[in-house]
Design a protein around this ligand. Sequence first.
Ligand SMILES: [Zn+2]
Length: 181
Amino acid sequence: MTLAQIAVKAEADILPLYRGTPIGDLLRYQNLAAPPGTYVRPEVLLATCLEQQAALRVPEGFAIALHTAGASLKRDPFKVSWAIGVAGVSAIAIVGHDDCRLAELRSQREQFVVQMIEAAGWERPAAEQHFDHWSDLFEVDEPAGFVAAEAARVQSRYPKLLVAPLLYQSATGALTQVVAE
Ligand SMILES: [Zn+2]
């Protein structure tokens, strides 16, 4: 599967699938400086990577935010269901970022293990086991593929929700839409 990233520099760049939805609004807020709406309940679950420093520009009450490793929701199934079942969101944005080091974690096993021994004071077997236990989160080793795969997984679990894979571009602060070609 080849993936493309579609930038949003104008309303017309927003994919038809996302227009008039909370995902379209998220893109308008972040990329097009749209004026903030008012919200009586959150509309979107916003998953971002715990590495990402800059908060997305969304109005108060618009989103429920989760910061997880690589923006993966694999380890938070109940939080996702709570956001839908109780908070009432109708869309989920999986927002990776272009310089994500968690997405390339698989290639960093030895570095991780050595650092856990030297900096954290762990024994090697414990460090290796810890890495391997958690590394099922990281099946794809580049950010666009990572969010596309995670969005597809979440979509299959919640078929009536709108689930969007997006990437935050750290140089510009803009979000791009990740699509399979
Ligand atoms: Zn990251």
